[in-house]
Design a protein around this ligand. Structure first.
Ligand code: ADP
Ligand code: MG
Length: 303
C-alpha cells in the first residue's frame, strides 16, 4: 500500500456548516486507519485556528480529507495541499470547485448530455413573484451547500418567499429546480469506476438533514429496487457526471429517478460522508469491501 511509511493527517471538523458531520467522518476514518497500523493523526480544523500551521505541527505528509462543505470540499483545501506539497484524497482543485457549485455542475452536465432536472437561477433581486409562471412543486436550494442545508421543496405558493429567504442565508446564488417525484439513488464510485448504489427512502418529505443524520426510520435498499435497465442508466449517468466534472478517486453522485424510470443527476458529492454507516461504506460493504479497506483504498488514491 502507498503511504505506508508516511505520516497521514485525517483532516476533519472544519469551519463549514457541516463541521459536526465531518467530525463523525474523521473519527471513523482515523480509527479505521489506526486499526491497519498506519502512522495517522487526527487534525481538527476548528474555527479560529490556522490550517497550514495545524498540518505542519502534525507533521502531515499526506492528507486524508474528511471535511465536508465549504470550505474544504470546494477546492480550497485541495489548493492549499497543492501549495504545501501534500498529496490529498478526493478530487483536485477544479473538479472539487465545480462539484460544490450546483450551477456550474448543471451547466457542465447539460453540455455533456448528462440528464439533470430543469432549473433556473434566481437573480439577487428576484422574489416569489419572479416564479409566478413556474409550476409547483419546485425545489429551492442554495448553489453551494451540502447536507440538504437550505433546501426546500415548495408545494404551496404561500411558502415560496420563505424558501427563497432560507436559501439566501447560505453560500452562493439561489437556484430553482423542477421537482422530480419518485425515488433517490446514490451511486458509489471508487477508483473511477461504479462500485454499486443504494436507494434511499426517507420517512420525511425528502432526504433532509434530519433524515440524513438524526433519524433511524430511513430505509436503505441495497441494491436499489429498480429494473436492471433503469439502474444501468442511473449508474451510467452518475459516472458520466463524475467524468464530466473531472472528478478523481472517489465520489458519490446523487440521482433522482422519476416514476417513468428516468434518472436525473442532482449533484456529485466529492467528499461523501464516511462514518462506518454512511452511504458509500454501505455500498462498499455490499460490494465486499469492508470499511477499513475502503478507507485504505481512498488513501491509496491520494494525489
Ligand atoms: N429536483 C429535485 N427533485 C426532488 N427532490 C430533490 C430535488 N432536489 C433536491 N431534492 C431533495 O433534496 C435533497 C438535497 O438536495 P441536493 O441537491 O442533493 O443538495 P445537497 O447538496 O444539500 O445534498 C436531495 O437528496 C433530495 O431528497
Ligand atoms: Mg445531495
Amino acid at each position: 500500500m502507498p503511504f505506508r511509511n508516511k505520516r497521514i493527517a485525517v483532516l476533519m471538523g472544519g469551519i463549514s456548516a457541516e463541521r459536526e458531520v465531518s467530525l463523525g467522518t474523521g473519527a471513523g476514518v482515523l480509527a479505521a486507519l489506526q486499526s491497519r497500523d498506519y502512522d495517522v493523526v487526527g487534525v481538527d480544523w476548528a474555527p479560529g485556528t490556522s490550517l497550514p500551521r495545524l498540518l505542519e505541527d502534525a507533521g502531515a505528509q499526506v492528507v486524508w480529507n474528511a471535511l465536508h462543505g465549504t470550505p474544504g470540499e470546494d477546492g480550497s483545501v485541495q489548493g492549499l495541499c497543492v501549495c504545501l506539497g501534500l498529496p490529498c484524497t478526493g478530487s483536485g482543485v477544479l473538479a472539487s470547485a465545480l462539484a460544490m457549485d450546483k450551477v456550474a455542475s448543471k451547466r457542465i452536465f447539460e453540455s455533456h448530455g448528462v440528464p439533470t432536472p430543469a432549473w433556473r437561477l434566481l437573480a439577487a433581486t428576484d422574489g416569489a413573484d419572479a416564479l409566478a409562471d413556474v409550476p409547483l412543486p419546485l425545489v429551492v436550494k442554495p448553489s453551494n451547500e451540502g447536507s440538504s442545508v437550505g433546501v426546500s421543496i415548495v408545494e404551496d405558493r404561500a411558502a415560496l418567499a420563505d424558501a427563497i429567504a432560507l436559501a439566501r442565508r447560505f453560500h452562493g446564488p439561489v437556484l430553482v429546480e423542477e421537482y422530480i417525484a419518485g425515488t433517490e439513488v446514490f451511486v458509489g464510485i471508487l477508483d473511477d469506476a461504479v462500485l454499486g448504489s443504494v436507494e434511499v427512502r426517507p420517512a420525511t418529505k425528502f432526504y433532509d438533514y434530519e433524515a440524513k443524520y438524526k433519524r433511524t426510520d430511513t430505509t436503505y435498499l441495497l441494491p436499489p429496487e429498480l429494473p436492471a435497465p433503469v439502474l444501468a442508466q442511473v449508474e451510467a449517468s452518475a459516472l458520466e457526471a463524475y467524468r464530466a466534472l473531472g472528478c478523481t478517486g472517489h465520489a458519490r453522485p446523487d440521482v433522482r429517478v422519476d416514476p417513468q424510470g428516468r434518472g436525473f443527476v442532482l449533484e456529485v458529492n466529492t467528499l461523501p460522508g464516511m462514518t462506518a454507516t454512511s452511504l458509500l461504506p454501505k455500498i462498499a460493504k455490499q460490494a465486499g469491501i469492508d470499511y477499513a479497506t475502503l478507507c485504505e483504498r481512498i488513501l491509496a488514491s491520494a494525489r
